[in-house]
Design a protein around this ligand. Sequence first.
Ligand SMILES: [Ca+2]
Length: 370
Amino acid sequence: MNRYAVLVCAALTVAVVPAAGQQRLKSEKARILVETVARGLDHPWGLAFFSDGRMLVTERAGHLRIVSPDGQVSRPIAGVPRVYVYEGGLLDVALDPKFTENRLVYLSYGEPREGGAATAVGRARLNAANAALENFQVIFQQQPAVANANHFGSRLIFAPDGKLFISTGERGNSDLAQDLSTDLGKLIRINPDGSAPPDNPFVRRKGARPEIWTYGHRNIQGLAFHPDTGALWEGEFGPTGGDEINIIEPGRNYGWPLVSWGENADGSAIPRPPTRPDLVDAIYHWTPSVSFSGMTFYTGNAIPSWRGDLLLAGLASQALIRLTLDGTHVTGEERVPVGERIRHVAQGPDGFVYILTDEDGRILRLRTDR
Ligand SMILES: [Ca+2]
């Protein structure tokens, strides 16, 4: 435990939640032991790990807390911006790649703004002694804000080169996912200070927003870098059916709402065929929807038989979804039933699989039952 972590622990701990109850799940490849790390969180959404295993956890209604591996839950950290709560709210959290030096924390959230709301990202310095975020600075504001409660994305992930990717949704304005003068339905790539990198694909296109990396997305709530190829993979919600896994290539069009493997929720038709040669097709899709939020490639040692698999957090499906892969080809799918809506899945620095349950607000830790 480093000095910083000790300070956080001493300053914030208000309750100790014992590891109450274990559960066992049967996977095709392993018997899984599930331990409850913490409970009583209010719709936990995002998760980021300090190097010692402590976690920063967002709650949708606008709270950020620190949770220790033994279940100590801090009171809310001060300095989180006001958020627009519905499908939005406080969403993802990420640590700066140089966090041990600069203590910068990044948050994505639904931002209430004139005209409605939109996804925003800000960063601030975490002051452990005062249990507060300091000098909060907004580095991305999705344009435009719209009066609609849906499809905010949003996941945050740093690339190995230090660039920050932000996933968004189209905020219920499907056609604007194709409009490069808006940030709706786009994958965003920025420098950590919010500026657009000069090698972004639309920097020199007149009328296009320079922060856009890819477009034609509906609502992206999964982002993960492939551990071997380094490619960025994303997962997004389809309309009715048509949830997708895509591999990201800069500047490309991912098709929404021109094509989809699903159907519009209002019954109107989406043109067939469900893909076109000029649009990037999903590498995998689901109908009916599994509605997943959060995904990670598993590389740890706690569940060796899952290594190399892509894990997805199933909401409506109430399952941890495990995809086996051969390169970019999905070779198999297993749904490990958890019995709760799962909002996020991540791998801890200890190699364990962590999942956030949406309704009953638990952090669960999974490993092979030896
Ligand atoms: Ca698509």
